[in-house]
Design a protein around this ligand. Structure first.
Ligand code: CMP
Length: 133
């Protein structure tokens, strides 16, 4: 099934000049970039994006991080794109992420884990609407 998923190359990725190194991983795996923009997220946008974490102890830190400098938002399309991108990204905590996943290669910490990708069809639809209208 062809799917679309929302990916963020978070501020730590852009700050460390990793945009190209990360995009090449998706493109080499046959995923198509169908939308993409470099932007600074507003607090409102970050809060919407992380709505499910509102109230958690790390919520304010998460919003501060996502808004501190520009990020790249993109939509990737491909066969089973949602699960394939999650596999390429690896686990939330880079420390435990399998070898050669994007977070194992580039992630700094649980809070600054370099990339985000939608975790289900429902979140992909919701997050695509938030970032691309
Ligand atoms: P992401 O996949 O973008 O979605 C939610 C984010 O919350 C996750 O990446 C982590 O960066 C962050 N996160 C999850 N759990 C914790 C935690 N215990 N402490 C700090 N950040 C967390």
């Amino acid at each position: 099934m062809t799917e679309k998923t929302l990916v963020l190359l978070k501020p730590d990725a852009v700050e460390r000049n990793l945009i190209g190194s990360i995009l090449i991983e998706y493109e080499r795996n046959g995923l198509k970039i169908v939308e993409m923009k470099l932007m600074k997220a507003s607090p409102k946008l970050a809060e919407q994006h992380y709505a499910e974490h509102n109230g958690k102890p790390f919520f304010n830190r998460l919003v501060a991080y996502l808004t501190r400098s520009p990020l790249v938002a993109l939509i990737l399309e491909g066969e089973n794109a949602i699960s394939r991108v999650r596999s390429l990204n690896g686990t939330t905590d880079p420390e435990n992420s399998p070898d050669n996943t994007i977070r194992a290669l580039y992630g700094l910490s649980l809070s600054e884990n370099t990339v985000h990708a939608s975790d289900s069809k429902e979140s992909a639809d919701r997050e695509r609407a938030i970032w691309f209208g």
